[in-house]
Design a protein around this ligand. Sequence first.
Ligand code: GTR
Length: 422
Amino acid sequence: MNFQRLVFSLLFAITNSFCNGQSPQYLESNVPPYELPELLTSQNGETITTSSEWVDLRRSEIYQQFEELVYGQVPTHKIQTSFKVSDLDKNALGGIAVRKEITITFQANGKQLEATLLVYLPKTVRGPVPVFLGYNFYGNHTIIGDPGISLPSSWLRNNATFGITENKATELSRGVRASRWPVLYILSRGYGLANIYYGDIDPDFDDEFKNGLHRLIENSPKTAEWGSIATWAWALSRALDYFESDKDIDHQKVAVIGHSRLGKTSLWAGASDQRFALVISNDSGCGGAALSKRKFGETVKVINDRFPHWFCDNFTRFNDQEETLPIDQHMLIALMAPRPVYVASASEDQWADPRGEFLAAREAGKVYRLFNKQGLLSKELPKVNAPDNQGAIGYHLRSGSHDLTYYDWKQYLDFADRHLRN
Ligand code: GTR
């Protein structure tokens, strides 16, 4: 690890523990003894032995528990969604790509909200192309220095380094997050990339659900209703609705990807909407791929205290009570079965508990076996930069810090080639 990264990792750990008022647990020897809830035993004690028993019975039991206790149900109130291609450049990025912007309009109770879906498609590929779909943290214009991308008008988190002040997007931040989105590389591998700024859907701060999509619905969410993660996940499905109407996109080959809180989001989107053909969680940690019962790094109480708007209120019942959770995150990963799913961690990202992410991904393999699919091959946490990715579940522990890098993308594209190109 170079000196700068070491300092950054230490600062990150110190800031996190400082914010929490309690020090995070980073010692394997202090992980409490825990028992994972059984994937293959139904609530009335039946053992699940076939894929159809999983599909017909167990899957929905587990899904409902996550809905009620962790992420929250989508309110029954109907939100109308419509799409309009608001910008099209058939010669983008020096002529190698098609760039589209689709304005998504959400309407309910006479109010409306607009979000912009940015799509790049490679011109070298004929016919509908498979696409990676994900959210960005600072605006679509930050993913590549393309002057044609429109700036978001919604609230942004200030970041002086990125040229964002007064919570507004400026020209200065074009391309500042290009390292996370290697657009040219993705296109060169024959895939499209679709992106939405997550704040277009729900600005990421606790305002008691007065902004974003929540503003369209009169009442604030009930204890089992959606927090921001479920809201972001729901809107990813609306992007998928749009793909079904776009003949340039292969809507049956859409990989949903997210980093960190947006990795939690991609997992919940993949669990909620089985049209997603491949699901990728990059460094998602607590409330994502990491097992909660290990209480390693970020814990349920810490995440609920710091981000009260992310999960449904019921999740706070498990603050410092992880042992009473009737589910754990291996079950979330299992909800993807038999579709391919990839979980990635980073060696310096102990806050997200790499081992807990690996163990959850490995345990989910039990369900894949019902479908005659191989999960992870490794019994122990793989070494850094040695991916375990030959089965339908992929995992790697990248060297380095909490980030989405070219190395991660290379693994995802190779994995997608194996699963989406047949
Ligand atoms: C951290 C949070 C993590 C993760 C991360 C991120 O502060 O504790 O759960 O979501 O933010 O999204 O970058």
